[in-house]
Design a protein around this ligand. Structure first.
Ligand SMILES: [Zn+2]
Length: 340
């Protein structure tokens, strides 16, 4: 299974390029037919989408313990990113430049109508557990069908980890179907076909991180991480993006939505995972282990243990003789959880 995994191929390609930067810059990007000589960002049409906006009067969900709002952080980082990209010769299209509401479909349309090279949505994350802080990057749909976006997402996660966490954070590179099982996210769904990601660089519900995110210098560092990731991406040849669900179709796995993820039960996402693994190892109570692993995957479906929780669930199903179910879960893990 591993040898056939497209993600492995993507990673191998990344490694190859990393080892041969000169050779790569002399090649031509076949997906977009633009020469890669000179600055890889030069002439690229990049849509930068600062998430949310204009909701301070009624939205009390996207606000940190010290009162900083996600939409403000997103905009600060996005404006710095725009300036850096323009300095490099990219053509940047912003979905908003002020604290105002913009419809999701309009954000995506900007990318589609301008035939953008990439769509990058800038976000920061929230959860009930104040300890949690690590990068999560989403792509749309199935990994095997949306290869270019997976490549962009992996570059984003690596650079965010390097720039904001000294390379020590666990990271999640996951499908948006992990959090919205049937439809995925609006901006990525409506812009499918253009390499696109939603980047949640860090958690503003972590009090120390919230303080850092108020600092313009820290915002600048994050914007720099975006630039580096885009550079990584444009240095490489991109896998094709094929029609959605043309290769793989998986039944939805229902998960807790925003409010549910704030419940007491949801706070146990990591304990549930660890206890489930312990029960599995001792072969003690497989039904209970399955229950705990399933709850972990439901209550924090984009956590850095969720992909492993699904693989463990598959193993239990296999042991219980449910081979078909085990195979479905394994496929879901491979398509939706690229990293870990
Ligand atoms: Zn957001």
């Amino acid at each position: 299974m591993d040898a056939m995994n497209p993600v492995g191929i993507v990673l191998a390609a990344c490694l190859l390029i990393a080892l041969m930067p000169d050779a790569a810059s002399a090649q031509t990007d076949r997906t977009r037919e633009k020469p890669l000589a000179g600055d890889p960002l030069g002439g690229r049409v990049i849509v930068v989408d600062p998430g949310h906006g204009g909701t301070a009067d009624y939205d009390d969900y996207r606000v940190g313990p010290g009162g900083e709002r996600e939409e403000w952080i997103n905009l600060r980082v996005a404006l710095l990113l725009r300036d850096k990209l323009e300095e490099r010769g990219a053509q940047v299209l912003m979905t908003r430049t002020e604290d105002e509401e913009v419809a999701l479909s309009d954000r995506a349309r900007l990318a589609v109508e301008n035939e953008a090279d990439v769509f990058v949505s800038v976000h920061h994350n929230a959860t009930a557990d104040p300890e949690v802080n690590f990068p999560i990057v989403y792509f749309h749909g199935n990994a095997s069908e949306n290869g270019a976006s997976v490549m962009l997402a992996t570059a984003m996660a690596d650079r965010m980890n390097q720039y904001l966490f000294d390379g020590r954070a666990p990271v999640s590179v996951v499908s948006d179907h992990t959090i919205f099982p049937t439809a995925g996210t609006g901006v990525l769904r409506h812009s499918y076909g253009i390499p696109g990601v939603i980047v949640e660089a860090s958690f503003f519900t972590n009090p120390e991180e919230e303080q850092r995110l108020r600092d313009p210098e820290y915002n600048r560092l994050e914007a720099e991480a975006y630039v580096m990731a885009l550079e990584d991406f444009f240095y490489q040849r991109h896998p094709e993006i094929v029609e959605k669900y043309s290769l793989v179709s998986l039944p939805p796995f229902e998960v807790f939505q925003e409010a549910g993820r704030m419940s007491e039960e949801a706070l146990l996402w990591k304990e549930d995972y660890e206890e489930g693994r312990r029960l599995m190892a001792s072969d003690a109570d497989l039904e209970r282990a399955l229950e705990l692993l399933t709850r972990s995957a439901r209550s924090f479906p984009d956590s850095w243990v969720a992909g492993k929780a699904h693989l463990a669930r598959a193993e239990i199903m296999q042991r219980l003789g449910e081979k078909e179910q085990a195979e479905t879960i394994r496929r879901r893990a491979a398509e939706f959880y690229v990293v870990p």
